[in-house]
Design a binder for this molecule. Structure first.
Ligand code: 2AM
Length: 195
């Protein structure tokens, strides 16, 4: 099973972002991107990759302990950026230190289980679109791809969505069948309520 751990923004936050992203589809370069859909939007805390089903009980026990030890916290989706010439993302504001602490604890628990250190540098984001790799292309092509992503990110830079409470940790399953990713929450745990 291909697994990752995520926080799922509530419908109101997703709708707000979806409304803000819609006009971007008409901007230069937008038609060359693979846009993610609102149904799959999430904030990844840690990507676990392939995990054998028999490791699930251990993983679930570890995630339950992490959730119990980390507080629910307020966030909003805000701003945007890009990873090189590959990914357009929406950013996160608010108590991001709590989100980071949670992500680090999840990554630590996963590393203990798999015996592999997680190389995933945590940068809270929600992936909006992916470009095909322009690596191996001429420099000029790479520059245009990056500039187009920059233009799209700039168009969303002032977006500030409604505040919401990140109150649950989700163990997510990713299915890549059919050429696009389908995500399913297998199980969730409430984060600690520290008032
Ligand atoms: P992304 O949104 O930045 O692409 C499911 O694939 C989730 O796990 C995605 O949100 C993805 O992040 C994240 N992820 C992190 N590392 C990954 C990797 N090496 N391969 C696939 N997904 C990864």
């Amino acid at each position: 099973m291909r697994l990752f751990v995520a926080v799922l923004p509530p419908g109101e936050a997703l709708q707000g972002l979806s409304d803000a992203v819609a006009p971007l589809h008409g901007l230069p370069g937008a038609d060359r991107l693979r846009w993610t859909t609102v149904e799959g939007w999430h904030l990844t805390l840690a990507f676990l990759g392939q995990v054998p089903a028999e490791r699930l009980p251990e993983l679930e026990t570890a995630l339950a302990a992490v959730a119990e030890a980390h507080p629910a916290h307020r966030l909003r989706i805000a701003g945007a950026g890009r990873f090189g010439d590959r990914v357009l993302w929406a950013g996160v504001e608010g108590r991001t230190w709590a989100l980071r602490g949670l992500a680090e604890a999840v990554a630590g628990a996963a590393a203990e289980l798999t015996g592999e250190a997680d190389a995933f540098a945590f940068h809270p984001h929600l992936t909006l679109a992916r470009a095909g790799s322009s690596r191996g292309h001429r420099r000029a092509v790479q520059r245009v791809a990056a500039a187009e992503l920059e233009g799209l990110a700039a168009a969303l830079a002032d977006y500030r969505g409604p505040e919401w409470e990140a109150a649950e940790l989700h163990l997510m399953k990713s299915d890549l069948a059919g050429g696009f990713a389908h995500y399913e929450s297998l199980r969730s745990w409430a984060l600690a309520d520290w008032g």
